[in-house]
Design a protein around this ligand. Structure first.
Ligand SMILES: [Zn+2]
Ligand SMILES: [Zn+2]
Length: 320
């Protein structure tokens, strides 16, 4: 249930997001929640100011150098700067993308142990920043049978949730392209993990358009998009879908190769993105792009502007 509020989120934006208070969940929902994975160079809070350039209403960041196992704890100053920036420029949703090194089902004992520690640390960092979504790749089986690897991933997620019991940050499993022995490219694999998670309120799914296409789900046509979402609903359940990564794909359908391309300029093409942006079921699901960009963010501005143009007029202002 949503109640429209007019005074929030308007004024300073060229694009005026529509803010609605969801009474059921007691949170503010912004239609067309859209943003980009944005650099934290120069400080975490800089990501928030950077996303002003394209009037982002959603944001994804790394909480630290994504190629390192660990990072020093946030200082009080860093946290103060972050919270001040977040207050100054309220975003409807923020996600952290975890470190690329983490493999929750690694057959290497040391990597296995380090991965859980690092994953728990990402949860703690998210909690400190007030970030509700922690996006991660389920892992790579590296020779283990897929079923066994998926069981291990679920067990590690449960452990991380137990270690951060007071937190309400969700572990958000990203659909993958299925490169190498990467898990999570079939919806069935994601469902197999979710079934084993003890605290259902802390698990969600991120659908990456580039990845699902490379994995073989043909979202490039209206029919293909509709069928893919239907499969998602039947196998995983759309209620679990809490985040989108909107990326076009350089690689072909079913190639299982993960190469992001600008929106509408890859093998997927514009249709899928028009469908997502006009899909009322996903109006309050945050969407971030992870497309190539230079330091002036010109490409982000272009991609976001294009995606915004796909939001039907009535969805930009109307409450559900
Ligand atoms: Zn992604
Ligand atoms: Zn990718």
């Amino acid at each position: 249930m949503y109640v429209r509020k007019d005074s929030e989120g308007k004024g300073q934006h060229a694009y005026r997001p529509s803010w609605n208070h969801c009474v059921t969940h007691n949170r503010w929902i912004c239609y067309g929640m859209l943003g980009a994975h944005t650099s934290i160079a120069g400080g975490l809070h800089r990501a928030i100011s950077r996303s002003r350039v394209f009037n982002g209403t959603a944001l994804q960041i790394f909480s630290k150098n994504n190629n390192r196992w660990s990072a020093p704890d946030f200082t009080r100053e860093q946290l103060a700067e972050w919270h001040a920036a977040a207050k100054d420029f309220p975003l409807a949703a923020i996600a952290i993308h975890d470190s690329y090194l983490i493999n929750l089902c690694s057959p290497n004992d040391e990597t296995f142990a380090r991965s859980l520690d690092a994953f728990v640390d990402e949860h703690r960092r998210a909690e400190q920043l007030g970030i509700r979504l922690l996006n991660f790749h389920p892992g790579a089986a590296c020779g283990r049978p897929a079923g066994q690897a998926l069981d291990l991933v679920a067990r590690q997620i449960n452990r991380a949730h137990s270690a951060t019991r007071a937190s309400n940050t969700m572990s958000v499993i990203e659909t993958t392209a299925g490169q190498g022995s990467t898990l999570g490219w079939r919806f069935e694999e994601i469902a197999a993990i979710i079934r084993q998670i003890d605290d259902a309120s802390r698990i969600g799914v991120c659908l990456d358009t580039c990845h699902v296409f490379a994995a073989g789900y043909d979202i490039s046509t209206e029919t293909g998009y509709t069928e893919t979402m239907q499969q998602f609903e039947e196998v995983i359940g759309l209620r679990h879908l809490v985040l989108f990564h909107l990326n076009d794909s350089k690689a072909t359908l079913g190639s299982r190769v993960d190469r992001h391309e600008h929106i509408g300029r890859g093998r997927i093409g514009e249709t899928a993105f028009r469908m997502v942006m006009a899909d009322r079921r996903f109006a309050s699901v945050p969407k971030v792009i992870e497309t190539p960009k230079g330091p002036d963010l010109r490409e982000d501005i272009e991609n976001i502007t294009l995606l915004r143009s796909f939001i039907p007029k009535d969805m930009q202002t109307a409450g559900a």
